[in-house]
Design a protein around this ligand. Structure first.
Ligand SMILES: Cc1ncc(COP(=O)(O)O)c(C=O)c1O
Length: 393
């Protein structure tokens, strides 16, 4: 057995092996797998914009006007008009002075955190933050203090502890998901900001799953919690989830954006987003601003499914949003449940360690604005059946 096979066998034995599944057609409430129509319960295309006619038309028009590729890093071959327009739109949307695009959320986090902090600095990171934040923290070489999930006492304990250190440490950064990607709960931003002021720390919020979805106008977690945008040093978010396109952004002060242009290695050393992707994202923001009914439908669907699942006896782990984890515990059992769901016509993913803590494997269900009540009622009936078979309820 070669090295790779041996390791893969180990993953299979622990129920941790991952594999790809090809779907036919675009992202949408229903997709085809091996010729069979199934209901999609694992896409982050929450508002159904990935296949929206206005988003597609904007991309096609931009291809005709600007071609496909961006040619190089923007510091090399220039910012193209859709990049500049999109940054202006994002800054206004997020209530910030300025914004900067990145090629993906992963890349943004892996680049921004090491630009903000380095050796001698301290990062305070929620234990359930996304892997891209964890990787950014590790790349930064700053001291990493992980606080218990959304636990303000633990965060303050760590902040207090380090404020007593006298070893020349300087910058402090608190970083948190806005909406936790595998749990669907919302970070206590107001209290985090209070602590950041008390202990003189910067705050970075990754609003990958709040952007376009939370708040009256879809501006995200800060709007939902009535937190002023200026109180957050770095507002990061992605374009590939509720906005249905691709890429990521940071919104903040002009000085911050200028600093990031000069310091973020993946911004400096990587080809920019294709201009048509930026044009498509502008169309997506237009839709978010013009069609609040999409958010209303999404929130209604999420509430219906979340309540239905907990009424059936499932543990939805404190979810408050369109991301609804269904706790299973054991990884093997989560896979079995995922396979049975697919057999019954529902595509939802089993999420296992190391993505989530040991013993908390789950089916991560995501709801879309364009799921019908019939889709969701059928989902509840099928969850009841497969959950009972797996002994989860
Ligand atoms: C909280 C969070 N941050 C960042 C990312 C990465 O974003 P992208 O998919 O654009 O790389 C994700 C993706 O799942 C996420 O959930």
């Amino acid at each position: 057995m070669n090295l790779f096979t041996k390791e893969l066998e180990g993953l299979k034995n622990k129920g941790l092996y991952r594999s790809l599944c090809t779907i036919g057609g675009a992202q949408g409430p229903k997709v085809r797998i091996e010729g069979r129509e199934v209901i999609l319960l694992c896409s982050n295309d929450y508002l159904g914009l990935a296949n929206h006619p206005k988003v597609k038309a904007a991309a096609i028009k931009a291809i005709e006007r600007y071609g496909f590729g961006a040619g190089a890093s923007r510091l090399v071959s220039g910012t193209m008009i859709p990049h500049a327009e999109l940054e202006g739109r994002i800054a206004a949307f997020k209530g910030a002075a300025s914004a900067l695009l990145f090629n993906s959320g992963y890349v943004a986090n892996a680049g921004i955190i090491p630009a903000l902090t380095g050796r001698g600095d301290i990062i305070y990171s929620d234990k359930l933050n996304h892997a891209s934040i964890v990787d950014g923290c590790l790349l930064s070489r700053a001291a990493l203090k992980r606080y218990k999930h959304s636990d303000l006492n633990d965060l303050e304990r760590l902040l207090k502890e380090s404020s007593q250190l006298k070893d020349g440490r300087e910058r402090k950064l608190i970083v948190t998901d806005g909406v936790f990607s595998m749990d669907g709960d919302i970070a206590p931003l107001k209290e985090i900001i209070f602590l950041s002021k008390k202990y003189n720390a910067m705050v970075m919020v990754d609003d990958a799953h709040g952007t376009g979805v939370l708040g009256k106008k879809g501006k995200g977690t800060a709007e939902q919690l009535s937190v002023s945008a200026e109180a957050i040093t770095v507002q990061m978010g992605t374009l590939g989830k509720a906005l249905g396109t691709y890429g990521a952004y940071v919104a903040g002060s002009r000085e911050l954006i200028d600093y990031l242009i000069n310091k973020v290695r993946p911004f400096i050393y990587s080809t920019a987003l294709p201009p048509n992707v930026a044009a498509a994202a502008i169309a997506a923001i237009d839709i978010v601003e013009e069609q609040p009914e999409l958010r209303t439908a999404l929130n209604g669907n999420a509430q219906f499914l979340r309540n239905g699942l907990s009424d059936l006896g499932f543990d939805t782990m404190g979810s408050e949003t369109q991301i609804i984890p269904v706790l299973v515990g054991d990884s093997g059992k989560a896979i079995e449940m995922m396979d049975n769901l697919l057999e019954e016509g529902f595509f939802a993913q089993a999420i296992r360690p190391p993505t989530v803590p040991e013993g908390t494997a789950r089916i991560r269900v995501t709801v879309m604005a364009n799921h019908t009540l019939e889709d969701l009622n059928r989902a509840l009936a099928v969850f009841k059946k497969v959950g009972t078979m797996a002994g989860v309820i």
